[in-house]
Structures are given as C-alpha cells and as structure tokens.
Design a binder for this molecule. Structure first.
Ligand SMILES: O=P(O)(O)OC[C@H]1O[C@](O)(COP(=O)(O)O)[C@@H](O)[C@@H]1O
Ligand SMILES: [Mg+2]
Ligand SMILES: [Mg+2]
Length: 325
C-alpha cells in the first residue's frame, strides 16, 4: 500500500488534530453504512420503512439505519448533529468528548436508487463554533462560507471518500484488505468548460424560462447557439452526479420549478447544497442558485431547500447569465 492513509494525508495537510479525529469518525461510519448497503439484499432492508421524515418523504429502511449508524459513531469534538432524517438538532454538548463542531449530514443520498443497485452515498458538512454554544437551534443556521470541511462517501463499485479541508479536494478509496481509506486522487479538478449537463428532464414543463432556454440551446447542438453537441447524464443520486463532475467536469442542475417552488426547490441547503458547493468550488468549479453563490445563502432553517446549479465554472456563469436576461 504505497498510497497515504486518510490520517497521514490530513496530517500532511496540517489539519487540526480534533478535525482529523472527527473526519476519521465519519470515515468509520461511512465504512459501516457501505457494508449495510452492500448486504442490504440479504438482510431484506432495501425497501421502504413505515415512517416519514421531516420533509414528508417516505423513508427507506436504510435511511433510518444509516442515520442511526452516523449518530452512534460520529461524536469526537461534536457539539451538534443536524440530519436530513431528524427534525430537530441533536445537541451532544454534555457528551464526554463533545467539542465545538456542528456536523450537518445526509446519511443516505440517492436512496431512490437503493432497490435498483445503483450508486448512493453519504454527504457531510462541518463548521466549528467559535464562541461557547447556546443550545438554541438558531446557532446552527450558519452560511456555507463558514464550513471548514465537507465531503461525501460514494457506495459504488468501490467505496470512496471525497473530502476538502481547504486545500483542494482529495479522493480516497476504501481498501478492503486493510480497511483503510487510501489516497487515490490527490487533487480533483473540474475543467472550466463542459459539453455535458445533468438535470431531471422529466420536469421540463415545470422549469422556469431561463433553465428551459439554457437546455433548449444545448439540445440544438452544433447548429444551435452553443455551436457544439451536448451530452446528458442523470443518476438521480446527487453524490453520483457530483462525483462524475469532480472527476471529468459537467454541470448539474436541480432548479426551483413550478412543482417544488412552494418548498423553495428540491435539494437541501445545509447537508446537500452547501457541502457539494464547497467541494465544487475547491476543485475550481462554481455553485449557484441562479441568483447568487449557494455558500452565501443565509440559512433560515435546517431543512430549507434551494435551487442548485453547480459544476464547470464557465457553464455555471453562463446559466447565471440566462437567469439575469
Ligand atoms: O427523483 P429525482 O427528481 O430524480 O431527484 C433525485 C435527487 O433527489 C435525491 O435523491 C435527494 O436526496 P435523498 O435521496 O437524500 O433524499 C438526490 O440525491 C438526487 O439528486
Ligand atoms: Mg440527499
Ligand atoms: Mg438522504
């Protein structure tokens, strides 16, 4: 094993010790969640649970199990956990190894893919509270610009952990023999230009005019205003779509449309849009709502939703331009 381990690489990047311990907790939890996902068919847990989450969505059994694993295993230096699957903030300040970190997380992302054996993941975002924490839920409404680290695990053909602690984006691959996450991509970079978009095209008739105009122009190909052919991908798993973009470029859109406008969009700011926004920007890309930088959105609630447009910088800038026309 010549590649550095997660701890070795984070130490080389002079990451504070308490943050390394926290990221290692998260890596252990993701290893366990990956195992549960892989053995889900044997345990018969790939289906729906008979419960709904705060978003009113029917939970998958593995949504609940993954949340329990994460909440059990992630505690080093933690003051509070904010989960997609739990309505309220889980304050840990009385726990023996509590500290100043707030961890926002989506325990299982892309869960509609579970029973069809496609890639799913876990997403996390970390902020460090500077002052002594007050146990009130407004304390945790912190803009994405304050994140000190973010990442995701992807449970695909291999399990990978993709992390930023402020020095670019690193990808680690789980090494089944040793159980370690080993550094396999030292720097993920997003090309500034792309000819590949990802959007759920079945929502075409619900899109607002700027998004419809942008996609129409891409689909007109070489003879159209873009002067080149565009390809399309949609995994219905944000982790899988963003991983592809961090690996080879592209643009991902989940806009606000007439079908989700009441909720403000589909994807959640604190544990989907903010962490993915931090990763994409750290890899040279951009992340926008169409009306401004995602990371600068002032949070009004833990489960608030936003429009998401992220990926290759020039393409995101162009889509923003469609919104300002
Ligand atoms: O079903 P749609 O419209 O394709 O939406 C897919 C999107 O919803 C999500 O599955 C929402 O995340 P969760 O699975 O964590 O609820 C994203 O991962 C994905 O990008
Ligand atoms: Mg999700
Ligand atoms: Mg989820």
């Amino acid at each position: 094993m010549s590649q550095p381990t997660l701890r070795k690489q984070l130490t080389t990047q002079t990451t504070p010790d308490d943050l390394i311990r926290l990221i290692e907790d998260i890596a252990s939890a993701c290893r366990r969640i990956g195992d549960e996902v892989r053995h889900g068919a044997f345990a018969g847990i790939l289906g729906a649970a008979d419960s709904k989450n705060v978003q009113g969505e029917t939970q998958k059994e593995l949504d609940v199990i993954s949340d329990e694993i994460f909440a059990d295993m992630v505690s080093s230096g933690v003051a509070a956990l904010v989960s997609e699957e739990v309505e309220t903030v889980n304050w840990l300040v009385d726990a023996p190894n509590a500290g100043q970190f707030i961890v926002y997380y989506d325990p299982l992302d892309g869960s509609s893919n579970l029973d069809v054996n496609l890639s799913v993941g876990t997403i996390f975002s970390i902020v460090r509270l500077t002052t002594d924490v007050a146990r009130d839920d407004t304390t945790t409404r912190i803009p994405g610009t304050e994140q000190i680290a973010a990442g995701y695990a992807i449970y695909g053909p291999s399990t990978q952990l993709v992390v930023t602690v402020g020095q670019g984006v690193q990808a680690y691959t789980h090494h089944p023999g040793s159980g370690e996450f080993l550094l396999t991509t030292p720097q993920m970079r997003i090309p500034e230009q792309t000819s590949e978009f990802a959007i759920n095209a079945s929502r075409y008739d619900m899109w607002e005019p700027p998004v419809r105009a942008y996609i129409d122009d891409c689909l007109r190909g070489a003879d159209g205003p873009r002067g080149r052919k565009f390809n399309m991908r949609w995994c219905a798993s944000m982790v899988a779509d963003v991983h592809r973009i961090l690996t080879r470029g592209g643009v991902f859109l989940y806009p606000k449309d007439s079908g989700n406008a009441e909720q403000g969009g589909k994807l959640r700011l604190m544990y989907e849009a903010n962490p993915m926004g931090l990763l994409v920007e750290a890899a040279g890309g951009a992340a926008s709502t169409g009306a401004g930088r995602i990371l600068e959105v002032a949070p009004t609630g833990h489960h608030q939703r936003v429009a998401v447009i992220l990926g290759s910088r020039d393409e995101v800038a162009l889509i923003d331009d469609y919104h300002s026309r």
